[in-house]
Design a binder for this molecule. Structure first.
Ligand code: KG4
Ligand code: ZN
Length: 356
């Protein structure tokens, strides 16, 4: 996949990024804000029958996919690896066995080529990737990251220095809720895209599902936090009662009502956080950012509050190597110090730590 600009038009740093924190083996190459290659191999099919990502299966798939994916990225970008300015890799957070594969590969490349190595934070990379599509990040910006593994609201003043967490899920991630509810409705894994599609034919007002952490009492302590496990349980109870009564489950309507509840809470809290912090740009990333209802609701609610929304295209929202390369290029451009070569994978790397 080529970037919008011709490779010569950007004189930013040439960086290769490796992502292996979950089930996608991603290798991306960027020059500054220009995307040169974005090769991704996913093991999602291998996890489908388990209804969720199996760590051992993911690690093994990364091992098998790493070299071919690297070769594909280098070939697409049409660059010589010796010309790289740096190698970047997700050092955390994520599945430790999966992270280790990427970190080992990145170290081998950095040492072999004699290039600086940046172990970067996966969440900060989800933020930085938008530069490949919409140019330099507005500073500050409010980022909402929603995926199978995380749901957070972050204040980003300078993505290379630190990201301030304002709130996060206290139980399930938003994507996890989509995946679990899809399973209840008999839809395949990963469930998000299937719920999105089914909901188009459904009535979002068919049922009024609970909006987690939005009561006055909850807002006092958890204003910018999320909770989706109560919603998932409410859907499960409703579906079970229906099945016990021998009545059919209206899949499209339940999908639409569930999706409405998730998007309502996400967009309400994101806009509230932006307004409270006086920030007029909202960036949405992570796999759930592909959701059509989330995009339209965020656009209209943000517009009402005078806030501009930036969402990278779906392929850049889900996990990929280009996001890691994009953050790496920004770190090099801003003269940030690289990681040491004995860099460790850190499954719970805090979001405040951009470089390990
Ligand atoms: O960012 P991602 O590829 O991987 C991580 O979890 O880090 O996100 C995957 C998640 C899955 O839970 C999937 O169901 C969800 O993103 N997802 C969606 C949509 N497309 C993917 N959720 C809602 N609507 C979608 N269109
Ligand atoms: Zn992710």
């Amino acid at each position: 996949m080529m970037g919008a600009m011709t490779p010569g038009a950007d004189d930013g740093p040439l960086v290769l990024g490796i992502e292996t924190s979950c089930d996608e083996t991603g290798v991306g190459i960027v020059r500054g804000h220009t995307l040169l290659a974005d090769a991704v191999a996913s093991s999602v099919e291998e996890h489908a029958r388990f209804g969720g990502v199996v760590p051992e299966v993911a690690s093994r798939a990364h091992l098998e996919a790493m070299v071919p994916t690297l070769e594909r990225a280098a070939q697409t970008a049409g660059i010589r690896l010796q010309d790289l300015d740096a190698v970047a890799v997700t050092s955390g957070p994520g599945l430790v066995g999966a992270l280790l594969v990427g970190v080992a590969a990145a170290k081998a490349l950095a040492i072999g080529l004699g290039k600086p190595l940046y172990g970067v934070n996966h969440l900060a990379a989800h933020v930085a990737v938008d530069q490949l599509e919409h140019g330099a990040l507005p500073e500050p910006c409010l980022a909402m990251l929603v995926s199978g593994g995380h749901s957070s609201l972050l204040r980003v003043d300078d993505v290379t220095v630190g990201v301030e967490p304002l709130g996060a899920t206290i139980d399930d991630a938003a994507g996890e809720a989509f995946d679990k509810v899809a399973r209840l409705l008999g839809l395949p894994f990963p469930g998000g895209p299937h719920i999105d599609r089914a909901a188009r034919d459904g009535d979002a007002a068919y049922l009024d599902f609970p909006r987690g952490l939005t009561s006055r009492r909850d807002l006092a302590r958890h204003r910018f936090d999320f909770s989706f496990s109560g919603l998932k349980t409410a859907v499960a109870r409703w579906v079970e009662a229906r099945e016990r009564a021998g009545e059919p489950v209206p899949v499209a309507d339940v999908a639409a009502a569930f999706q409405e509840a998730v998007c309502d809470v996400l967009t309400r809290k994101a806009v509230d956080a932006a307004v409270t912090h006086g920030i007029d740009h909202l960036l949405i990333g992570g796999g759930v950012a592909a959701n059509s209802r989330l995009r339209s609701m965020a656009e209209s609610r943000a517009a009402d509050a005078g806030i501009r929304v930036r969402v990278p295209r779906p392929g850049l929202c889900t996990d990929n190597g280009a996001m890691v390369a994009a953050l790496g290029a920004e770190l090099v451009a801003r003269g940030r110090a690289p990681s040491s070569l004995d860099l460790a994978a850190d499954s719970s790397q805090p979001v405040t730590q951009v470089v390990a």
